[in-house]
Design a protein around this ligand. Structure first.
Ligand SMILES: O=c1ccn([C@H]2C[C@H](O)[C@@H](COP(=O)(O)OP(=O)(O)OP(=O)(O)O)O2)c(=O)[nH]1
Length: 162
């Protein structure tokens, strides 16, 4: 069963009232990157390719030509024990010929995650704009997430909020 937006809001920070939706919470755009070297997924282990930050411009707006971009969310997410998270693109993003690709958010994960933004037509995205919606569903789990992305970008979040 999916939880209410008010429940999801207890596991996302910082959060403003307008981000809380009936069935989930909107996440906002923090920053964008372009991958510049190959990564690798092996039978054992993985590496993530190098990235270069994309310049948002003086007014904080990204002007994006078609391509694939790594998008970092501004909010810290905590997926509670007994739950799984799914993220969906905001429909207005999709209606503007862009798509956000996402994966499973595991119980126990805490961090500021990433998604893959596909741009199929030039688009403008302002830093802080709502781009995605996180939903939480009750789900059995034997253990909690303890992978390499646990705690990602948490220290950055703290220094930003000062
Ligand atoms: O769109 C998504 C989906 C998930 N995550 C976060 C939450 C999730 O718990 C974590 C790890 O995801 P996954 O288990 O799919 O990654 P992996 O490549 O298997 O990494 P690991 O080897 O650390 O499990 O990444 C994101 O940042 N973005």
């Amino acid at each position: 069963m999916y939880r209410s937006g008010a429940f999801v809001a207890e596991h996302v920070e910082p959060i403003a009232d307008e981000q809380v939706q009936p069935n989930g919470v909107d996440l906002t755009l923090d920053s964008l990157f372009e991958q510049v070297s190959p990564g690798r997924l092996g039978v054992e282990g993985k590496t993530i390719g190098d990235r270069e930050a994309i310049d948002a411009g003086a007014d904080g707006t990204y002007l994006l030509p078609p391509g694939g971009y790594v998008l970092q969310y501004a909010e810290t997410i905590r997926i509670p024990d007994g739950h799984v998270g799914f993220l969906y693109p905001r429909s207005s993003l999709m209606r503007n010929s862009c798509m956000l690709n996402t994966a499973v958010w595991d119980a126990g994960y805490e961090g500021r995650g990433e998604g893959l933004l596909q741009v199929h037509h030039d688009v403008e995205l302002e830093t802080g704009a709502r781009v995605a919606q996180l939903v939480l569903a009750r789900a059995d789990n034997e253990e909690l997430y303890d992978g390499s992305y646990q705690g990602e970008r948490l220290s950055e979040a703290k220094s930003k909020s000062r």
